[in-house]
Design a protein around this ligand. Structure first.
Ligand code: PHE
Length: 340
């Protein structure tokens, strides 16, 4: 058989061969007793003048055979990858849908907690009238909070609410005949403030209001304590300090023991950075609903009393997750947000 004929025959065998068949062909052609080896051996028996040409021809044949075999081997490998059986029971890959924002997570924890204590979760409008945001809460026209330095005003006199306390009045008005009231109202609020690591012009608040017969400051204290234990842990202590809000009387500021130094004020012998060495963190305001606010909503303060509180979940989220700049909560920075 001529070398061309050998190649032609091998080509058609190789084209049909599987991995096993390919190995058999390799042995048959290139092995110790293979066609090529025989040919090379035969070269030695030829007259000297013919050896060189015959040797070259045999080597050329070997190379052709090697490349035929390796091309087919590559083809088989590629096919085996493509032919991996499809597993119809394999779960699909999950599409990336993002996840809850850390402040939403905290608000969810908080509303869950209050819901378990029998509170209703309600909401109010983000664009508020001056009456609900200020006047109905005893914040008269000369109150500094009404200054344009602190409040954004819209054309026509309404405003993006500066706190969630207006929801108190709205809810009392609608439900004055369905007492008792036990609500929390989470939502966004807006203030015309210079931003820094602890302030942002937009943030959340969660407002709480309870109105019933015989409600006292002790009820407020117990409720706030339960809330703190629920979100920051059982070891957290509550401290109430006298304060002033025109819509509560008496009014208090609520502090929690610092989550970083556990109230010691010191970490490894130096002042705690989180609380500035005081051991306490300021969370928000609260107090007994002012009788005039009850009256403004049509509720008789001689019969009913109540407490209200309002605090910022960003502040608590910052404590809980160790975030040192609340503005991060409002930046579209996935590197930050994806940690939660
Ligand atoms: N509205 C107050 C604030 O924004 C907090 C507060 C709510 C105080 C309810 C007393 C009662 O700081």
């Amino acid at each position: 058989m001529t070398n061309e004929a050998i190649i032609t025959k091998l080509s058609s065998a190789v084209a049909k061969a599987d991995a096993k068949g390919l190995e058999d062909l390799r042995v048959a052609y290139l092995g110790r007793k293979g066609v090529v080896t025989e040919q090379l051996r035969a070269v030695g028996e030829l007259p000297t003048s013919e050896r060189s040409a015959a040797g070259a021809a045999a080597n050329h044949l070997r190379q052709s055979i090697e490349s035929l075999l390796s091309e087919r081997a590559a083809e088989l490998e590629a096919a085996s990858e493509n032919l991996a059986p499809i597993d119809l029971t394999k779960p699909g890959s999950e599409p990336i849908l993002g996840h809850h924002h850390p402040v939403s997570l905290l608000l969810e924890d908080l509303t869950d907690l209050f819901w378990q204590m029998g509170y209703q979760v309600v909401s109010g409008p983000e664009v508020e009238t001056e009456w609900y945001n200020f006047e109905a809460l005893n914040l008269d026209t000369d109150h500094p909070a009404r200054d344009t330095q602190d409040t954004f005003y819209l054309e026509g006199g309404n405003l993006p609410r500066t706190h969630t306390s207006g929801v108190q009045v709205r809810h009392m008005e609608l439900n004055k005949n369905k007492l008792p009231i036990r609500i929390v109202a989470p939502g966004k609020v807006y203030r015309n403030e210079d931003e820094d690591a602890r302030h942002s012009w937009i943030f959340h608040q969660i407002e709480g209001l309870v109105v019933d017969k015989g409600i006292t400051l002790a009820d407020l204290k117990g409720t706030l304590e339960a809330m703190l234990h629920g979100v920051l842990g059982e070891d957290t202590k509550l401290r109430l300090r006298p304060n002033y809000f025109p819509y509560t009387e008496p009014s208090v500021e609520m502090d929690a023991t610092c989550v970083v130094c556990n109230g010691d004020g010191q970490v490894d012998g130096v002042n705690c950075k989180m609380c500035g060495g005081t051991g306490w963190l300021e969370l928000g305001g609260a107090g007994m609903v002012h009788p005039q606010v009850l009256r403004n909503a049509g509720i008789d303060p001689e019969v009913y009393s109540g407490f209200a509180f309002g605090f910022g979940p960003e502040r608590i989220a910052a404590l809980k997750y160790g975030v040192d700049d609340v503005r991060e909560f409002w930046r579209p920075n996935l590197n930050f947000l994806e940690q939660f």
